[in-house]
Design a protein around this ligand. Structure first.
Ligand code: NZQ
Ligand code: ZN
Length: 375
């Protein structure tokens, strides 16, 4: 077990940001997204903290949802040129993931994609401090980053001990301004993370119980939050659940998680710019339907644990109904009304076949899966 991230959780925790950052040096690379932090006042609070301790701040903004490797390389160039001592990432998963890869690219003599494809190993990282503004990915307390190379239809996950944030500041009040869509996608994402570990390799009954507890928390608090987006307590419950779903806690005792559904979701993100959580709410019910006869005990135990039913089909239908109640799409057509191309989706899935799946699927299975979620 290893997790070096110190998490500061609760209302007002960002009051400690300045002193924490100044412990790493004066030159700060501030990374953020397309501007939500300026609209909701978080930018001013973070800048106030940095100015109070005399930080020299270099900004890289405009990180897009489903973040691009081009931005990672440009931000790393800026960080290298300015000789930054520390990176402060303020945003959701896209911003924090970008900052993680920026942190190892600054000291390197090559581009970020070399890491993503595993051709080069990082030797050092600029310390990273995150301020989370969206509950979903768990990136604030893990060693993973997911980056996209759109031109080549690749969206890849990467993991390394060097990219754990040193500190993460989690104020649930910072998530109050997240709109209904991304709030719902975040809940779908945390449910998916729990399930990826549930369907992973290896028996770990206590970790399974943690997984069920996290999912039950989301089943209970999620719909309540969707009815009351301004409720701090519900935001806090979902934020803690999201962090717990992918910080290693559910993985102990297992050899690995099954990241197949995530990689199939990434295909939809890279081809049709589907938000990450929405890609999972589309693919997961289809995957469960495909797998319920192949791994009936595992699917059955999950449905029994979540919904108390012995009928897997009924359990999957209830999970789908939950996702719909949140406002998540469960078919590609629900999200994307354009010209999608089934065979092109299957072709990209086949190209990404070495995708972290424990339960390997054949090309024919890909077609069955895509048929189940297309429309
Ligand atoms: O661009 P900004 O202005 O920041 O707006 C964002 C973006 O439009 C907005 N937002 C964030 N905080 C807000 C807010 N709007 C209002 N108020 C706030 N407080 O929300 C939109 C989505 O942000 P994004 O960061 O893209 O969402 P999320 O946190 O879901 O991150 C998704 C990315 O994380 C990756 C995904 O693949 C995807 O690229 N993942 C990372 C993982 C990891 N590192 O462990 C695991 C996950 O499975 C996932 O793959
Ligand atoms: Zn995810």
């Amino acid at each position: 077990m290893y997790n070096p991230t110190r998490v500061h959780f609760g209302k007002g925790v960002v009051a400690g940001l300045g002193n924490t950052v100044s412990g790493y040096g004066r030159q700060v690379l501030l990374v953020y997204g397309k501007g939500s932090i300026k609209a909701n006042g978080i930018y001013d609070q973070v800048m106030g903290q940095l100015q109070a301790v005399g930080s020299v701040v270099h900004e890289y903004s405009g990180i897009k949802s489903n973040p691009l490797v081009e931005d990672v390389d440009l931000a790393a160039e800026l960080g290298r040129e300015k000789g930054v001592d520390v990176i402060v990432a303020v945003g959701g998963g896209s911003v924090i993931d970008s900052a993680k890869v920026i942190s190892i690219t600054i000291p390197a003599d090559h581009g970020a994609w070399e890491f993503m494809e595993g051709r080069r190993k990082p030797r050092a990282a600029v310390p990273l401090i995150s301020v989370l503004t969206l509950a979903a990915t768990g990136t604030e307390m893990n060693k993973f980053a997911v980056i996209q190379d759109t031109a080549n239809h690749r969206k890849l996950g990467y993991g390394h001990d060097l990219i754990y944030p040193r500190h993460s500041f989690l104020d649930p009040a910072y998530t109050l301004s997240v709109n209904a869509g991304y709030t719902a996608y975040g809940i779908a994402d945390l449910m998916a993370h729990a399930m990826e570990l549930w369907f992973g390799e290896g028996d770990a009954p206590l970790s399974d119980r943690f997984i069920l507890a996290i999912m039950q928390e989301a089943l209970e608090a999620g719909p309540l939050l969707m009815k009351e987006l301004g409720n701090y307590e519900l935001r806090a419950r979902i934020m803690y659940a999201a962090t717990s779903a992918l910080n290693g806690f559910t993985a102990y005792g297992k050899a690995k998680g099954d990241w197949g559904v995530h990689s199939f979701g990434h295909v939809l993100s890279v081809m049709y710019d589907v938000p990450h959580g929405a890609s999972l709410s589309i693919v997961y019910p289809a995957w469960l339907k495909l797998m319920q006869e192949r791994i009936p005990e595992r699917v059955g135990a999950l449905m029994k644990g979540l919904f108390g039913t012995d009928d897997s089909s009924e359990g999957i239908a209830r999970l789908e109904a939950f996702l719909l109640e949140l406002g998540c799409p469960v078919r590609l057509a629900d999200h994307y009304a354009g010209d999608w191309d089934k065979e092109a989706v299957v072709a990209v899935m086949e190209r990404n076949a070495s995708n972290g799946a424990v339960h390997k699927l054949s090309a024919e299975d890909y077609r069955l899966l895509v048929d189940l979620y297309f429309s």
